[in-house]
Design a protein around this ligand. Structure first.
Ligand SMILES: [Zn+2]
Ligand SMILES: [Zn+2]
Length: 86
């Protein structure tokens, strides 16, 4: 058993998340993990749950947000590559 550090639930299925800096966090759900750890888009302020994009060390949820805030480098960002369906 382990206690979620966000909501306090003592749950048999709680799990650990290790960060690149070596910190270990314990959560009872992905929702709590996202609440505590997901980066926040610097343009629209949503939690970045998917891949998102990083430009000059700043995090954005999508290419549009990156282009809006970051000038030159942001303009290079695209959400997807390849052929658009007809
Ligand atoms: Zn929790
Ligand atoms: Zn955004």
């Amino acid at each position: 058993m382990a206690t979620c550090e966000v909501c306090g639930n003592d749950y048999w299925g709680a799990f650990e998340v290790r960060t690149v800096s070596g910190d270990v966090h314990i959560f009872d759900s992905f929702e709590c993990a996202i609440h505590k750890m997901a980066p926040i888009c610097e343009h629209c302020q949503i939690k970045i749950v998917g891949h998102g994009v990083e430009v000059s060390g700043r995090f954005f949820c999508c290419a549009h947000c990156a282009r809006t805030v970051e000038g030159k480098e942001g303009a290079e960002i695209r959400d997807a590559v390849g052929a658009r369906p007809a």
